[in-house]
Design a protein around this ligand. Sequence first.
Ligand code: SF4
Length: 454
Amino acid sequence: MKNIAPKLQADQYERNFSDLHPPFTQNAATTEALRCLYCYDSPCMKACPTHIDISTFIKKISTGNLLGSAKTIYQSNWVPLTCAKACPVDVLCEGACVYNVKGEDPIQIGRLQRFVIENYFEKGMPTIFDKLPNNGKSVGIVGSGPAGLACGAELALLGYVVTIYEANKIPGGLNTWGIAPYKMRREDSLKEVELVKSFGVDIKTEVMIGKTVKVDDLLKQHDAVFLGVGLGESPQLSIQGEELSGVIGALDFIEKVKTENWKDVNVGKKVAVIGAGNTSIDAATEAKRLGAEQVYIIYRRSDVEMSAYEFEYQLAKKDGIVFHFLTSPKQIIGKDSVEGIECVKMKLEEPDIRGRRKPIPISGSEFTINVDMVIKAIGQETKSNFLSSIPNVTLDEEGCVIVDQTSYQTTNPKIFAGGDCINGGKEVVNAAYDGKRAAQGIHAFLSDQSKGEK
Ligand code: SF4
């Protein structure tokens, strides 16, 4: 990289990456819990993709029954600490809280959930779950992200022998590696991994399924297999200069930041982030908090079409990120390393039949922004090469695994799937829900098989 931003003092990094929302004290949590109206139709619960019984867990906080509250949460969601810290609560549970209708602040459901689960971990994860005896069947799970962990936890408690295969050396998937540290530290994700392991789930790390071990081997070894492999690489921008030093994919960048060796992560003095999704905002704000003087987000549509949530957009603006809407990169300029990015202004066509407005370049509107680093954040591709190599598993045209919407069974009866590899990329909470539901699908399938064998 040509111009690297000067390193900050260690305490400055800690301040920059400190918790966005500090935890509740006991008194504050109880006071907030007492505000809850315990609505009979709980719109908050309906809005949560895992349908946590929110009014019940909040009621238990108000009566001081924190372990009972944790149990209520875990009955629906096996990664509730991650969800409490990383969920877009404004558009999910808190967005649905009836207090919004009254024009008052919604109940802080995310912070209350965090309070309960942090208390559970501080107490040393006391046993609050019933585990059925070993039923003699085993399940192999590919991927230790939220879907894999949820599926593993549920199956282990149902009496299955569960092995999770993880390519990375540290488990947890996106929960460990993909969430900005000011939202959640890696150690939080690892606590949730430890809980799942405490149910007897074996996690084998640095195992590349499809390379060192084939899915066929797993099918011979296990009675069923669950695919929770998430998504793969960011697609190429396919513009000149993409190979220059200083160009990096957003997830690779965020993963480096998540090691929390702040001083080892080089960031340019001026940084351009391509794309305006939630990952783009994470990458942009992290670059700024690592010391970049100026960070730009470049997006070819307008703020109306960007997929980043409103609160993420506001956070980025607060961090001083400059947005170039209706702007598309044309080429990355530089000899060996990035020196600038040539962009062109765009305009939106009339909406098509699906309501999408296609951006088209405005000829002669090219301009250059001087930058030292370009972060590509234009989404992720599915792992279609790997997935299409699995016998009798069918993919849709987007490269996502097709599953039965109730059982999560693929077109190969012994293989189930959930999370980003079936939906193309949603929230952690959706993956947690899929993993739990798929475990129930696997249990029903293997129970039926056992009846047939008798
Ligand atoms: Fe409580 Fe709000 Fe849910 Fe009603 S909608 S139960 S007030 S959190």
